[in-house]
Design a binder for this molecule. Structure first.
Ligand code: SAM
Length: 484
């Protein structure tokens, strides 16, 4: 966190016009203020090189400041028109995908140079893998109802019935989705407007954040790319439920989506906190099936509304293929040995490795019990043998099982955004495996761990980048480490 130390360039809350010159990891534009006192950097999230923007300084330090974007005064020459509604979830959609890839690659590799202390990272770089679909790639979306909307013309809030996404940084204000955002299912998003009109006509109110009251709260949709089906979850409060006809709502959804509609879950969520999680509450299946089936690299996975599943399944196939390539690169280190899949989620990676190797024993560990249950069911469904799954914290699991030390040749790691706790990483190092294949959705924590691994004798051999989320700042990495 930047301190509040003074600098001779900007003050907190100051509003400035800034030219964005570069792109920093994580989606921040870099502007520079130059005067007789020198150069000063200002980071402005969600901006692009070439834009002229109006921004407000939020925090300052001696060396740099962080600002928030007020509006774009002049677009970048790189920007193109797209036929989609702009939403906070896709800040770079106007930038051609090749330029997005270039920014992601350069900013990620520079992290490994700076934080990971890997000066020759360019030599170790293997491949940049784009998403097979640049648009309509997501398999899940959460839309919120709100009684307060945004008037895009007058740039102010208004009391209207809305269904769409929250305005960036304004938790209580919704912004109507009038058409396809380009990220999720086109037919679904082109109909969000009609779903909103239907709900408004019931006369029941949408959620009013500040007043903490209302009936309609969220509409969540999960899609299977394999079957093209949609699973819905309507989240409401119980207040006014007796005036809402669920059977008419089901008929309405069927009239639009027909056989594409796999099922409808109704969740009653009466929580009044500002930041309630959309789908908490009591759920009941009111139509069809509560699960959909997805396929990844020929294996089938049954997914419920809540279980974690890769959001871009087509890109996940590419990611998993790369992981499996690295794991199986030297097959002798996998066949007839134990492979650990740590932070395994629903066990997808371990199952794919098991399916492609001879007699390998895979041990999967994840802290979420329901994910481990899904992992076991999916392994059975796919008839894959040699897998064992444990619901446990990785660190505690390794302390409780010292028998694995020196018995494992390959470890697969896929931690959550926060990365691996240093104590847990030490326990993983103590397993003394020949190599590790480390997948990360947050290369900043992976770069930090790269330095720790190197000190423990593991050298980075190769790294690939996978663009799982086009039009956002996110990037996934797959890195191969080997014992020196
Ligand atoms: C990025 S996901 C891994 C997904 C999985 N490899 C897949 O492809 O489906 C990270 C996983 O780490 C798990 N996790 C987070 N902290 C953990 C911990 N301390 N011990 C074990 N698992 C943990 C989460 O439950 C989550 O499933």
């Amino acid at each position: 966190m930047p301190s509040r130390e003074r600098n001779p360039f900007v003050k907190r809350n100051q509003i400035l016009e800034l030219s964005i010159e570069d792109y920093a990891f994580g989606g921040k534009g870099i502007a520079r203020i130059r005067n007789e006192k020198g150069d000063f950097v200002v980071f402005v999230p969600n901006t692009l090189p070439g834009q002229l923007v109006k921004a407000q300084i939020k925090t300052t330090s001696k060396k740099y400041a962080e600002a928030s974007l007020i509006n774009v005064l002049q677009p970048s020459e790189d920007e193109i028109e797209v036929p989609y509604q702009d939403i906070p979830g896709a800040p770079y959609i106007q930038l051609p995908i090749e330029i997005q890839h270039k920014y992601k690659k350069e900013s990620t590799l520079s992290l490994f140079q700076r934080i990971g202390n890997v000066p020759n990272i360019e030599d170790l770089f293997d491949e940049f893998i784009g998403s097979p679909n640049d648009f309509h790639y997501r398999n899940k979306m959460e839309y919120g109802f709100s009684a307060i909307g945004y008037d895009r013309i007058n740039k102010t809030d208004v009391d209207i019935f809305t269904l769409g996404f929250k305005r960036r940084g304004v938790w209580w204000m919704g912004d109507n989705l009038e058409k396809d955002s380009g990220l999720f299912d086109k037919q679904l998003e082109d109909n969000i407007k009609n779903i909103r009109i239907y709900c408004e006509k019931t006369g029941l109110p949408p959620w009013h954040g500040p007043k903490r009251e209302g009936f309609f709260r969220y509409f969540v949709v999960r899609k299977s790319f394999k079957t093209n089906q949609l699973l819905f979850n309507l989240v409401t409060t119980s207040s006014g439920l007796d005036q809402f006809s669920m059977s008419k709502f089901i008929d309405f959804l069927l009239s639009i989506f027909g056989e594409r509609m796999a099922g409808l879950i109704h969740t009653i969520n009466d929580e009044t906190g500002d930041r309630t999680i959309a789908t908490t509450g009591s759920e009941k299946l009111v139509y069809g099936n509560e699960k959909i089936v997805e396929e990844l690299l020929g294996l089938q996975f049954e997914i419920s509304m809540k279980s974690f599943f890769q959001t871009n399944p087509k890109a996940a196939e590419k990611l998993y293929s790369k992981v499996v390539d690295y794991v199986l690169e030297d097959q002798t280190k996998v066949d007839n040995t134990v492979v650990m899949d740590l932070f395994c989620g629903t066990g997808t990676i371990g199952q794919i490795v098991a399916a492609k190797s001879n007699n390998a024993k895979i041990i999967g560990v994840d802290i979420i019990a329901s994910a481990i249950e899904d992992a076991k069911k999916n392994a059975k469904r796919n008839k894959i043998e040699g897998l064992q799954f444990f619901a446990a914290d990785v660190g505690k699991f390794l302390t409780a099982h010292p028998e694995y030390a020196n018995k494992i040749k390959t470890i697969i790691l896929d931690p959550a955004r926060a990365g691996i706790m240093p104590k847990t990483l030490q326990k993983i190092i103590d397993l003394n495996a020949d190599r590790m294949v480390y997948v990360s959705c947050n290369p900043a924590t992976q770069a930090r761990d790269t330095a720790l691994l190197r000190d423990a004798g593991y050298a980075l051999k190769k790294i690939s980048l996978v663009d799982q989320f086009p039009h956002t700042a996110h990037i996934e990495t797959v890195a191969l480490f080997e014992k020196k």
